[in-house]
Design a protein around this ligand. Structure first.
Ligand code: AHR
Ligand code: AHR
Length: 517
């Protein structure tokens, strides 16, 4: 054991002992006061380090041991009603069941991500900015299911076009004031569009020049800085530049990261800034950069403006994708030791992509979908890497791993109706089965209502009496059906060749098998 590991183990033991004592005191007196909360959140740790949170956002858990308020608000499509989603108890995990029942039979978007710090820095729909278009889309509330500490929760799924912002903040660093921030992200959901950010940006939604931002960036755009490998990289968006280190472009110390769950850190103080990151499921943080401001005009001193963005660039550039679970901004430059303790808290929270339920057609499960027509009982629904169409292909244990991946799907709650289903490719995360002109394709979510409808299927008993059938939510007479090895939404008789009644019942009935990968 290294000294660091020993110190961490000791600290954990002491924390557990303290928690037991606090619990015992609560039992003895019959009360539990917030100041004696048995659980510590990341913001309690930052507070103890002298760099308190001035914004604390999460859709998965409380970030203070005593926090017992709302985490986020959802709005449902059926009647436009909104509901705050809170925690299961003080300092606890999100009450995802409340969202599930409120959104049952319709779809929901996330309208507000509340600030737990008490500063009122809530994130809401980002307005139009200097870059094209806006206001931005809101995140579909069911698109990023996750398990945290064994509890079901939802992340904030940013499809390109989606973004959140607060331009009227309280307590966030401005000018050259010191600050820190961390975020827990889905390390497998990113793109090369500008700019999946969380942090400090312009108050007027326009690019007001170098040094007017300081935000965590995650993705694989190479237009500004980049690091080793093909990405994705954690970088610092300091405006007109995503910095991976001291140089404006390549920096060898910023590695590609490939954790399913990623802790990403950026912090800045007068002529000093750093990038740190680690696996949010285990282990510690690595420092990828710590040193002077970029060697380019305008970044020293900084001109931070103190707005907060999520999922977009400072000027509302919104070509970016990513998933956010939790993050904070602090007042003051946190010490590495404080951040290391926050990382220990994050890993102890227990982020996991494991299915939170057993049923194979339950959101979060992986499945392969097998044809039942006698021609084709060894064939599975696959996407074709050559042309992004979907069809059926024979797959067996000696098939290539690429084909096995093409035949495997992650079941998601339906984007347009959470009681129905959406199928995400297992080997192309962020790409979903959707129909277009009644033919099935693998496509990224563009955040629009049409996409959500085209990608939502309601499962029911198989039309032939075998297995399951998947009904199109926007064309209810049509079901997922193979015809000439291509996948369609088809009705039992109709104007298109694939609507042929011949073997329609069998062609539209599917077995849900164990996933090939
Ligand atoms: O710094 C990278 C990006 O450049 C910023 O996020 C955006 O405001 C500008 O387009
Ligand atoms: O697939 C049928 C329709 O074709 C889809 O709803 C629409 O996106 C496209 O026009």
């Amino acid at each position: 054991m290294t000294t660091g590991q020993w110190v961490r183990r000791l600290r954990r033991t002491l924390m557990t002992a303290g928690a037991t004592l606090a619990l015992a005191a609560g039992v003895l007196t019959g009360t539990a006061t917030p100041s004696q909360a048995a659980v510590q959140g990341p913001c309690d740790i930052y507070q103890g380090g002298g760099t308190p949170c001035v914004a604390a956002h999460s859709s998965t858990r409380a970030l203070y041991g005593s926090y017992n308020g709302p985490l986020y608000q959802v709005k449902r499509a059926s009647d436009g009603a909104t509901k705050d989603i809170g925690v299961l108890g003080a300092g606890g995990y999100a009450n995802a069941a409340a969202q599930d029942s409120f959104c049952a039979g319709t779809s929901c978007v996330i309208t507000v991500i509340y600030d737990q710090s008490g500063k009122g820095n809530n994130l809401t729909q980002a307005p139009a900015g200097g870059a094209a278009g806006g206001p931005d889309n809101l995140a579909n509330a069911v698109e990023a299911p996750v398990s945290v500490g064994g509890h079901k929760a939802y992340g904030v799924y940013i499809a390109p076009g989606t973004g959140y912002r607060d331009d009227h903040t309280n307590g966030i660093a401005t000018g050259d004031q010191p600050e820190g921030m961390y975020a827990v992200l889905d390390g497998t959901h990113y793109d090369g569009g500008c700019c999946f950010d969380y942090g400090n940006a312009e108050a007027n939604d326009h690019d007001t020049g170098n040094g007017h931002m300081e935000a965590i960036y995650f993705g694989d755009i190479k237009a500004w800085g980049y690091g080793t490998g093909n990405g994705p990289w954690v970088m610092a968006d300091q405006e007109n530049g995503l910095f991976s280190g001291a140089g404006t472009q390549f920096n060898a110390n910023d590695p590609s990261v490939n954790d399913r769950f990623l802790t990403a850190i950026v912090k800045g103080a007068p002529n000093q800034w750093a990038i740190r990151a680690g696996d949010a499921q285990s282990g510690g943080l690595s420092t990828y950069y710590s040193g002077a401001r970029p060697n380019a005009a305008g970044y020293n001193p900084m001109h931070k403006e103190g707005s907060i963005i999520l999922g977009i660039g400072g000027d509302n550039s919104k070509g970016s994708a990513g998933t956010f679970y939790e993050g904070v901004m602090t007042s003051g430059y946190p010490s590495d030791a404080t951040e290391n303790a926050v990382q220990a808290n994050v890993t102890a929270a227990g982020y996991s992509s494991a299915s939170v339920a057993g049923n194979t057609l339950t959101p979060g499960s992986r499945v392969s979908l097998r044809a039942t027509t006698t021609c084709c009982t060894g064939d599975y629904i696959t996407h074709d890497d050559a042309d992004n169409k979907a069809g059926i292909t024979a797959v067996n244990s000696s098939s290539s791993s690429a084909l096995k991946g093409d035949a495997s799907w992650i079941v998601r709650a339906g984007l347009a109706n959470s009681s129905c289903l959406t199928f995400e490719s297992a080997n192309d995360p962020g790409q979903f089965l959707r129909h277009y002109n009644f033919e099935l394709y693998l496509s990224p979510d563009d955040g629009g209502a049409a996409f959500a409808q085209d990608a939502t299927f309601c499962s029911g008993a198989g039309n032939s009496g075998t297995g399951f059938s998947f009904q199109s939510v926007n064309y209810p007479t049509k079901y997922l059906r193979h015809y000439d090895y291509t996948l369609y939404v088809a009705s039992d008789g109709g104007s298109n060749a694939w609507d042929s009644s011949n073997s329609w019942k069998d062609d539209s009935s599917w077995l849900v098998d164990q996933p090939w990968s």
